[in-house]
Design a protein around this ligand. Sequence first.
Ligand SMILES: [Fe+2]
Length: 286
Amino acid sequence: MSVIVQAFFHQDSNTWSYLVSDPATKHALVIDPVLDYDPKSGRTGTSSIGKIADAIAEGGLRLQWILETHAHADHLSAAPWLQARCGGRVGIGEGIRLVQAAFKPIFNLEADFATDGSQFDHLFADGEAFALGTIEARVIAVPGHTSDSVAYLVGDALFVGDSIFMPDGGTARCDFPGGDAAMLYRSIQRLLQLPDATRLFVCHDYGPGGRAVAHETTIGEQRRANIHVRDGVDEASFVAMREARDAGLAVPVLMLPAVQVNIRAGRLPPPDENGVRYLKIPLDAL
Ligand SMILES: [Fe+2]
């Protein structure tokens, strides 16, 4: 039996979250859960992640894992809320340590903020295998957009995080701390070695050219039609294209709020003595 994939779109951040389940055992995992956050008021909300929790309950599913493809720069993770509600272990790629080490000084985080990934329940190594009920799964490290980026292959469904987008969306930017366009090219080539029929699920879609947002394609379609990395595009031309594009991109609106929360596995910063939690915005530091 094939793995079941339910997709949930978060409009404000153009993020796709996925609820993935094994029909035989009802074991499930969630990839990239999003916490609502309004930067104008500083209010967080759970109406989006609540829909995934409802789907878990309605399906009688047992949540095993909450998986991050990387420490996102465009939304806050809802992993702690989902874990409190539905259980499961929170996992991310072991490269999160590098991201924590890069951003701890930028945010001047508390001295005892650990940069060993211990805020997460599990750190995945490249190639690490795990099971979702009767379905085999494995982790493929895809650094380039960030140092901690991973893809998750669950049965025949590949969740690529921010590496490759829909064929007409190209690829993810590589200009954040730890990003590297040549590394992204090599990571994507590893993904493109998978069988052409592999179902590929993207992390974001921005509906280029005004088309409706989409989330699913295949490895074969990417090799044929991806505007940045289709078959025949070599590393040097990809890197030149990627670096030129990145030079013109603005910093994401939620990058500073998101990263300082997501490197804590989605936990909000510790409260001040008045009981209120604050986000930090470093001035003239980036
Ligand atoms: Fe990202």
